[in-house]
Design a protein around this ligand. Sequence first.
Ligand code: GRF
Length: 209
Amino acid sequence: MAEQPSCLGILISGRGSNMLALAEAVRDGRIPNTQIALVVSDHANASGLVRAEEQGLKTLVIERRGRSREEHDRETVAALREHKVDIVCLAGYMRLLSGYFIEAYRHRILNIHPSLLPAFPGLAAHKQVLEHGVKWTGCTVHFVDETLDGGPIIAQRIVPVLDEDTEETLSVRILEQEHRLYAEALALIVGGNYEIVGRRVVARSGLSN
Ligand code: GRF
C-alpha cells in the first residue's frame, strides 16, 4: 500500500519567500509524497498570503487579538489538526510558540534561521553578524523546542561575509541558500530517514549540504 502523504502546515508573518520555496519543492518532487494543507498567518496583511493564494494554497489568518500566547496557539493548533497537519514549518513566523504548541507537535515543528546557530539567535541576525565581524555565516534549519532558536539542528549551509556587505546584500545571499536548504531539510524529515540522538539529528542515508 502507498504510504500516506505528509501533510504540511506553514506558518508565516510576512512576505513568505521560504513558504513559496517549499511549495515549489513539493510541486517539483524534491519533497516527495507531501502536500501543503494550510498556510497560516498571524497578520492579515502579510504579503505572503496573497502569494500563497496565487499558488492555490489554502490560507487562514489567525490574529492574536489581545489573547495570551497559549490561547492564540490553541486556535492555531486546532486549525492545523482540523487540516490533518503532521509537520509544521515556520517560515518567517515572528512569534515564539507556547509550550502547548511545542508539546502538540514535538519534533514535528521546523524553523529556518538566517545564521549558523547557535551563533546569533533571535531578531536581526544579519545585523548581529555584521556587528560581530564574523567572516562566515549562513542559515540553519532546526527543530523548534522551548528555547529561542535552540532546538536540534537538522541542516546548515555556509555563506561568506564580504567586506562590502550590508544587511541588505548579506540577507539576499543567505536567503537564496535558505530556500534550497529548507527544502532539503524537509525532504529528510518527511522521508523519516533520520534519528535524534541527544541533540544531534543524524541522517540514516546522508543529507547533501
Ligand atoms: C528568513 O530570513 C528566515 O530565515 C527568517 O525570517 C525570514 C523570513 O523570510 N526566519 P520569508 O518571509 O520566508 O521571505
